[in-house]
Design a protein around this ligand. Structure first.
Ligand SMILES: CC(C)(COP(=O)(O)OP(=O)(O)OC[C@H]1O[C@@H](n2cnc3c(N)ncnc32)[C@H](O)[C@@H]1OP(=O)(O)O)[C@@H](O)C(=O)NCCC(=O)NCCS
Length: 147
């Protein structure tokens, strides 16, 4: 059973210790870099993904759109720590993210992008009903899901 928990002095050390597997390093920013970016963007909300034992096993950042983008929320980053992968946590985190954003009521469409070589990301988002919308200008695959 996973939960999203705001990042504060109690869990920051555990969150900063989270890492992708070495071959996944190019797929996302480091946690430190993501937190640095989030600190400069009030519309980005980072959370620790915490397991039933209270341990941070992953990290997720939502980016809420404003203005013309109102109602569109991006999953900016999703990371499950290298030691916790392939146990179903990624799929549960995506399911939870959809529920979480739906419950908040601010989001009508969730979007994200991923490196087309990132088969695990493609797989878990497709299973959760995200639809591919083609490559963006940076060669990343866009996906969307209406909620
Ligand atoms: C993508 C990521 C979040 C998945 O987390 P996870 O906890 O391993 O995911 P799960 O265990 O729930 O599910 C993994 C699924 O992907 C599949 N998978 C894993 N590696 C795969 C690969 N190389 N090719 C195809 N499928 C793969 C697994 O078989 C599993 O599917 P199944 O249960 O239907 O068999 C995790 O790998 C990660 O943090 N990667 C680094 C950061 C990243 O790439 N984030 C996404 C960027 S948008």
């Amino acid at each position: 059973m996973l939960a999203f928990v705001p990042i504060d002095g109690h869990n920051i050390a555990g969150v900063l210790a989270l890492e992708p597997a070495p071959e996944q390093a190019d797929f996302i920013d480091t946690v430190e870099e993501s937190l640095r970016k989030a600190a400069k963007r009030p519309s980005w909300k980072p959370y620790a993904i915490v397991n039933g034992a209270g341990k941070s096993i992953g990290f997720i950042v939502f980016g809420y759109g404003g203005g013309n983008e109102c109602g569109r929320t991006e999953i900016v980053t999703l990371l499950i720590d290298k030691f916790e992968q392939n146990k179903g946590c990624g799929k549960e985190a995506v399911r939870l993210a959809v529920e979480f954003l739906a419950r908040e009521g601010l989001t009508r469409r969730i979007h994200l992008d991923y490196d087309p070589g990132n088969e695990a990301a493609k797989h878990i988002y497709a299973q959760a009903g995200f639809l591919e919308r083609g490559l963006d200008d940076y060669g990343e695959m866009l996906m969307e899901k209406d909620i």
